[in-house]
Design a protein around this ligand. Sequence first.
Ligand code: SF4
Length: 683
Amino acid sequence: MSRPVSSRERNVPLGGPASVVDTACPLDCPDACTLSVTVRHGKLMDIDGSHRNAVTGGYICAKVRKFGDRVYGPDRLLHPAIRRGRKGEGKFERVSWDEAMERIVDRMQRAKAQHGGASILPYSYGGSNGLLTQDNFDARLWRRFGTSRLARTLCAAPTGAANMALYGKMPSVTYQDYPEAALIILWGVNPSASGIHLIPYIRDARQRGAKLVVVDPRSTQMSRAADVHLQVKPGTDVVVALAIHRHLFTAGLADEPFLQAHARGVDELRSRAEEWTFEQAAAIAGISASDLERVAELYARSSPALIRCGWGLERNRNGGNAALAVLALPAVGGKFGVRGGGYSMSNSASWNIERPWIGAPEPDTRLVNMNRLGRALTEYNDPPVDVLFVYNANPAATVPDQRRVLKGLEREDLFTVVFEQVMTDTALYADVILPNTTFLEGYDFAKAYGPLNIALANPVIDVVGEARSNADVFGELCRRLGFIDEGEPSGELDLLVHVLDRLPGTIGDDLRNGDPPVPPFGPAPIQFVDVFPLTADRKVDLFPAALEATAPAGLYRYQPDPATDKYPLTLISPASERTISSTLGELPRPDVKLAMHPDDAAARGLADGDLVRIFNDLGEVHCLLWVVPTIRAGTISLPKGLWRRSTRNGFTGTALVPDSLTDLGGGACFNDARVQVTSLPTA
Ligand code: SF4
């Protein structure tokens, strides 16, 4: 077969006058935009959205428009380096790639000889969602070496577990079908901050007369435009959803014929919902019972009715059950079977890509939950973690119980490798730093998880410094350890071709030909018409018994708020307009501010602009205060994805987050941080 031709080759040679070339964005965002990149002399001049992709529609987020500041900024890592100062101090000495790789291989082999392969912990997350940069040669390396495995549960684990149990991850309603809906419920999601390309479709639906309901503890642009805003207390979504279920069942509004034909566990769900009257649920959630009743009625009487289930509702002790109860609503309400009806959430599993290119089965080695990195580094001793290899992630900033994570990273006997684009908070603790290319400097596949599209990302600018791609680095490590056989791909371009050849159906050919691949069930499937549950009997499992035993209080059960008199405030950390998770957190930003309701500020004698101390038994964060009525009283908010430099004392909101796990899926309980706030004298 012929190798694919990059935009750079196809369109214009770099190095002449400014040229516009196409690529795609593989960052951790639902939209996977098609990009138009202006380059001159191999350098990035400008990035914007392309019109070739209807969902992108010629515009992109402000975050990626600033991506050049990362590519050429002062924090960019330009060459391999080894530590010369104390851990965290940031003193490094340049070395060759060969020396860096030799050190890593030597240290991995010594750790394996001393404590076994499980003493090596690979740590990665969504710095890129591309098929070349995640779960490719990296997975082969860890599997063949027999390292500890990582449960990637920082985000989407509870919603994923709920969706898998109920529907076997059935593909969900795509952006293009939103305008068909007569009612849209945005539950725990704020498309103004992430997944911005959903907004025009919601606007379209509104223009056609659709009602809009928003469930969010904050007042947002979307909630202000909504017909009803349920400004729920974080962690209470499960009882709100159960009250709607109860109404559907008791008012004769449940779709009994549908349930009989297509569902199991109906009686168990009905009985667990029984106790949640509007009044009881509203009292727990801190909302008006009549607003809740209005939403239940709207939902029952509207068709097509569409629920967009986000990730905000999952980040607490009840997160899995909340997702379960919310995602069960379209089954009970009989909302499937029409275009624009049903539910919409991550479509990441919809392409059925099994990744055969990994080429090694997953071993049964120790599984480490990524939310407990601090514990793993400071407490695990069977075996201890001797080598930590971090890529596509910045755990020093993003993982719960930040102080414990940093204590672990400070261990002198821990050998830490950080493979990164810029000097992150985690890279400062590395023993060896490897510089990584950005998505503009290499090949990848950008797979959307909102709309159903997949596109090739091409190298459109010259590589900066000595940066290398994930494919090159993990391929090289595999080769040095004997995990790549004769004739297997060597280098990024080879690996791209190898993956193209192994993608299911016609995806590979479509991508080679520059055509947008179409999923096997069509570009905009109707649930229960074009796609059905991927459960064993193709039915909705409304009461997945296997999960009942794993949830601490059982399925559809509410665990009370962990607030105390000492720490009465709920700290949340929603996505912001500045970072993609924590990517781009290194860029300069105005002072970070803690959002607090005026009543909470007055009760503490605090005023807008005060320097404050947010604290609990786990740690403290110092920053400025923003007194604002858009957040509900009792809840305070710091942006997600902050780096340590963003606050006055070098700790982020994760320093206040316990490393407890969600009821289903082992997810992070970011919104279970309970804290107090006092003023901090500026002196
Ligand atoms: S982060 Fe999302 S909105 Fe921004 S360019 Fe990438 S895919 Fe598009």
